[in-house]
Design a protein around this ligand. Structure first.
Ligand SMILES: NC(=O)c1ccc[n+]([C@@H]2O[C@H](COP(=O)([O-])OP(=O)(O)OC[C@H]3O[C@@H](n4cnc5c(N)ncnc54)[C@H](OP(=O)(O)O)[C@@H]3O)[C@@H](O)[C@H]2O)c1
Length: 242
C-alpha cells in the first residue's frame, strides 16, 4: 500500500510538531506548511528528523495561500496527502475592551481564518481521494473558560466551523472523510521547552493524533485532553448534539 501523508498547517508550532511526530510514528509522511526557511529549520529540530518530511512555504493567513499549495499538489509539484491537521494560532491575553481594531483583525485572521482557509482549500481534494481521509483541527478551552481574552473567540469560531463541517460531511453520501476536533485544555510545548516549563511534551500529546489517525470510529468527534491520562485513554465524544 502507498505511504500516506499528512498536510500540517501551522506545522512549526507546538501542536504542529506534535502532529508531525504522530504522523511519522504511524508510518505516514508529512507535508509541512512553513512560513520561511528559518521556521522549517526550527520545525526539523523540534521533530528530531527531516526524514519523511517535505516542507512548502506559504502564507497561510492569505485567502489563497493554502489553495495555492493544493493547486501545486494537484499539478504534481508537491506530494499528495490524505490527512490534514490545522493548528495555526496565537494567544492574546488582553482584556476584551482594550483590544484594538488591528489586534481584533489579526487574531481572527491567524486564529480562525487560517484554519478556515486550510479546510476550504483541502476539502474537495480530500473527498476526491480513493482512500479514507481525515481533517483535524486543534482547539482549546479558552472559548468556554473565558480565559485568554481574544484567544477564546477565535477558538470558538473554529469550534462552530468544525460543527458545520461535520454536519455537512455526515449528510454527504458515501463520504470517507472523518472530521474531528482535538480539544486541548492543558499546555503542550515542544519537548525541549516542555521540560523547562513542566508542561506536557509535544511527543506525549502526539498519542492523541495517532489515535485519531488510526481509529476509524473517531469521526465527528471532539477528543478532549484535560490531564496526562487523557492521552492514553482517548476521550472522544460526538460533537453534534442533534
Ligand atoms: N499549545 C497548547 O498547549 C495549546 C492548548 C490549547 C489550544 N492550542 C491551540 O492550538 C493552536 C496552536 O498552538 P501552538 O501552541 O502550536 O501555537 P504556536 O506554537 O504559537 O504555533 C502557532 C503556529 O501558527 C503559525 N503562525 C502564527 N502566526 C502566524 C502568521 N502571522 N503567519 C503564519 N503563520 C503563523 C506559527 O508559525 P511560526 O512558527 O512561523 O511562527 C506556528 O506554526 C492555537 O490555536 C492554540 O490556541 C494550543
Amino acid at each position: 500500500m502507498a505511504i500516506e501523508r499528512v498536510l500540517i498547517v501551522g506545522a512549526t508550532g507546538n501542536i504542529g510538531v506534535s502532529a508531525a511526530i504522530a504522523s511519522l510514528r504511524t508510518g505516514r509522511e508529512v507535508l509541512a506548511v512553513v512560513r520561511n526557511a528559518a521556521s522549517a529549520e526550527k520545525f526539523f529540530t523540534n521533530v528530531g528528523t527531516k526524514e519523511g518530511i517535505t516542507t512548502v512555504e506559504a502564507d497561510v493567513t492569505a485567502r489563497d495561500g493554502m489553495q495555492k499549495v493544493v493547486d501545486r499538489v494537484k499539478a504534481g509539484e508537491l506530494p499528495g496527502f490524505q490527512h490534514v491537521y490545522a493548528c495555526v494560532g496565537l494567544w492574546l491575553v488582553t482584556p476584551v475592551h482594550e483590544v484594538s481594531d488591528e489586534q481584533l483583525r489579526r487574531h481572527m485572521r491567524i486564529g480562525f481564518e487560517s484554519n478556515f482557509f486550510a479546510y476550504r482549500a483541502t476539502l474537495l481534494y480530500l473527498l476526491a481521494q480513493p482512500s479514507p481521509t481525515t481533517f483535524t483541527a486543534c482547539t482549546g478551552s479558552a472559548d468556554t473558560s473565558g480565559y485568554a481574552g481574544l484567544t477564546g473567540p477565535t477558538q470558538g469560531a473554529l469550534v462552530a466551523m468544525l460543527n458545520a463541517a461535520i454536519f455537512e460531511n455526515q449528510h454527504r453520501p458515501n463520504s470517507q472523510l472523518r472530521i474531528n476536533e482535538a480539544r486541548l485544555n492543558i499546555r503542550v510545548e515542544v519537548d525541549a521547552e516542555a521540560e523547562k516549563h513542566g508542561v506536557m511534551k509535544a511527543s506525549e500529546y502526539a498519542k492523541v493524533y495517532e489515535g485519531i489517525l488510526e481509529r476509524e470510529e473517531i469521526e465527528g468527534s471532539r477528543v478532549v485532553v484535560e490531564g496526562p491520562g487523557d492521552v492514553h485513554e482517548l476521550r472522544a465524544e460526538k460533537k453534534l448534539k442533534g
